[in-house]
Design a protein around this ligand. Structure first.
Ligand code: NVA
Length: 309
């Protein structure tokens, strides 16, 4: 198993499923007020170039619950590329802490931190991937029914979240339909990787330009913002391109039994209506809650001393 978690495709289905089992166990334990101190004395550095609510709070709370400690660092404070180089930051942090969580604007930066650090590096969102979100999402999906029977439809931008969900489906073997404008498909290398992994796992992966086609028969319908962090200046143009991709009551008539998913924050009234986001089929808060449990399981897997779990 690689020392880092930069993409869900870094790890085998077996490893991902073990982590998801442990995440479910940690969730049940916390529900009973139990917080196993498997990371006693361990320290995590969290480097964030973009804003965060869920990722920051769940990693920091997760470390505290497991008996460890987290240190929050902003991009401005550290100044990679301005104050010092990525390799120097990675090598210094490796001398002090047990792991790094990094949210970097460019995926190449998290890769270079991982290449230079001797400690595990966890991707907390880049322009390409959001693997911790995908793990929490799969946990939420498995709470609604067997993963084998899951059909996840993603409607909107072929972005970091869509990329990670495509890879999760491909590795774990569930069905994934993606509806995006032709101009906003996932990067070709990511989609081809997902198709190659799907061949091995038996997952069905389909892309279409038509949202109604993607959601037909789906039991999960997922959307995300149309302009991701770093693309704010394109927001107005994107609102036009993505207007036909709104997840609303009308679209969901094609999948009346589907659970509705969103990684949040949502731009209410753009990619999703209030009615749907706050409706009875929405599992967005379960997804958000599971960030805590899934990431605790990832942290344990990467930095717990042997026999601590
Ligand atoms: N695609 C979004 C996800 C936010 C959690 C973004 O990158 O801004």
């Amino acid at each position: 198993m690689p020392k880092d978690f930069l993409s869900v495709a870094d790890w085998s289905a077996e490893t991902l499923l073990e982590i998801l089992d442990r995440a479910a166990e940690l969730k049940a334990l916390l529900g009973k007020g139990e917080r196993p101190r498997t990371l006693e004395g361990r320290t995590l550095a969290m480097y964030f170039e973009h804003p965060s609510l869920r990722t920051h709070v769940t990693f920091e709370a997760g470390m505290a619950q497991l008996g460890g400690h987290a240190i929050f660092l902003t991009g401005d404070q550290v100044g990679i590329g301005r104050r010092e180089s990525a390799p120097d930051v990675a090598r210094n942090l490796s001398r002090w802490v047990d792991a790094i969580v990094a949210r970097t604007a460019r995926h190449e930066l998290v890769e270079s931190l991982a290449a230079e650090a001797s400690i595990p590096v966890i991707n907390a969102l880049t322009d390409r991937f959001h693997p911790c979100q995908a793990m929490a999402d799969v946990q939420a999906m498995s709470e609604c029914g067997a993963l084998d029977a899951a059909h996840l439809a993603f409607v909107g931008d072929g972005n970091n979240v869509a990329n990670s969900l495509a890879l999760a489906a491909a590795v774990l073997g569930f069905r994934f339909s993606l509806a995006t404008p032709a101009s906003h498909r996932p990067p070709e290398d990511v989609w081809n990787r997902a198709l190659a992994l799907a061949e091995a796992s038996g997952a069905q992966l389909v892309w279409t330009e038509d949202p109604a086609e993607a959601v037909a028969g789906a039991n999960f319908v997922y959307t995300d913002v149309w302009a991701s962090m770093g693309q704010e200046h394109e927001a107005a143009a994107r609102r036009k391109v993505f207007a036909p991709y709104q997840v609303n009551a009308e679209l969901l008539r094609g999948a009346p039994e589907a659970w509705v998913m969103h990684d949040l924050p949502a731009h209410r009234g753009e990619e999703i209506t209030d009615e749907v986001l706050d409706g009875p089929r929405s599992i967005v808060l379960e997804q958000a809650e599971n960030r805590l449990h899934a990431q605790k399981a990832i942290l344990e897997r990467l930095i717990a001393p042997p026999n601590a779990q």
